[in-house]
Design a protein around this ligand. Structure first.
Ligand code: BDR
Ligand code: CA
Length: 321
């Protein structure tokens, strides 16, 4: 069993990740913290509570965190995730209430209070996690691994070179990349590869479990949105949920330990993750990249069919009683 903490900006694909995390038998979700990203942080909290309802989750603590990046204003992604950030599905308001403490406090308590080192997964701009590492650096000692969805060793999506989560808060990403914890960057090089085809999505929509039905409706939204995107080929993108598959089944992910540096300068390439893929024999640390850079595990390949099956097996299994 792995103890897991999620930081999210729910978000269609964050919702798929939460559904997976609650339903996977080997993952124990200890806390969920929310941050501004796909939508405003209050809406992220409301969406997260609704998804936990649909998943049939136990009483998982949820807290609101940063309302904006460390520097600069929040910039949402309503054009992708809908006006409410959750595909405008009209889900019922949850009776759950957020924990009465800020995200940084919940993260600290959940990490230090865990009996074994936990896996922390950032699926959003890394503002909350950067603040946590600055305010409570001692948490690093009880983090087994920090996996974040963000960045790219190739092209971007928010800009030609920057991925949305890093573009939204580059300074926070730079702080996290510099942290003394084992890090995996699950970026755009793998993000667009894991998807569910339209007939399977229809099966999910017709399922008796609310969590499975919600997954189907979210994937239908993804199909409508990305239908013309050749990277997804008419299927429903799992997106952030792929990063959770990588936590549950790391063997499906191919990573290389590479120096990564975040571009912080204003201009066209702000928010780019510079991944040094040069082969320089005899060296395994940063090859003279400008600015702070650290070697971290960068995902460069994924067994997409394996993760698709893992996601579907998990969502179509019996929910926890
Ligand atoms: C990331 O941006 C958000 O819109 C998604 O939820 C995902 O975390 C992809 O670039
Ligand atoms: Ca997200």
């Amino acid at each position: 069993m792995k103890d897991l903490i999620l930081d999210v900006d729910t978000g269609v694909d964050d919702a798929l990740a939460i559904l997976f995390a609650v339903r996977h038998p080997e993952l124990r979700l200890r806390a969920v913290t929310c941050v501004a990203g796909n939508t405003g942080v209050d809406q992220v909290v409301a969406n997260t509570l609704k998804v936990l309802d649909a998943a049939g989750a136990p009483d998982v603590p949820v807290s609101a965190g940063a309302v904006r990046p460390l520097i600069g204003p929040a910039r949402d992604a309503g054009h992708i995730h809908g006006a409410d950030g959750l595909a405008d599905l009209g889900l019922p308001t949850s009776a759950r209430r957020p924990a009465g403490m800020p995200a940084v406090e919940l993260l600290r308590n959940a990490i230090l209070g865990a009996p074994e080192p936990v896996v922390v997964v950032g699926l959003a701009p890394l503002t909350n996690l950067a603040l946590l590492l600055r305010v409570y650096p001692e948490v690093a000692g009880n983090i087994e691994r920090l996996v974040f969805m963000g960045g790219s060793a190739s092209t971007g999506n928010a800009t030609p070179v920057a991925e949305f989560n890093v573009w939204h808060d580059p300074e926070a990403t730079a702080i996290v990349v510099d942290a003394e914890v084992p890090l995996t960057m699950y970026g755009l090089d793998v993000f667009y590869h894991v998807s569910v085809d339209a007939p399977t999505c229809a099966d999910l929509i017709g399922h008796e479990e609310p969590g499975s039905r919600l997954a189907g409706a979210l994937l239908r939204h993804q199909i409508a949105l990305c239908g013309a995107d050749p990277r997804v080929d008419g299927a429903g993108l799992l997106g952030d949920a792929g990063a959770l598959c990588a936590v549950a089944d790391p063997e499906g992910l191919t990573t290389e330990r590479l120096p990564v540096c975040v571009e912080l300068a204003p201009g066209l390439s702000r928010g780019q993750t510079l991944v040094d893929r040069r082969v320089l024999p005899g060296e395994d640390e940063a090859h003279g990249l400008a600015g702070p850079s650290r070697s971290i595990d960068v995902a460069l390949g994924v067994d997409a069919l394996r993760y698709r099956k893992l996601f579907l097996d998990t969502l179509l299994s019996k929910p926890p009683s």
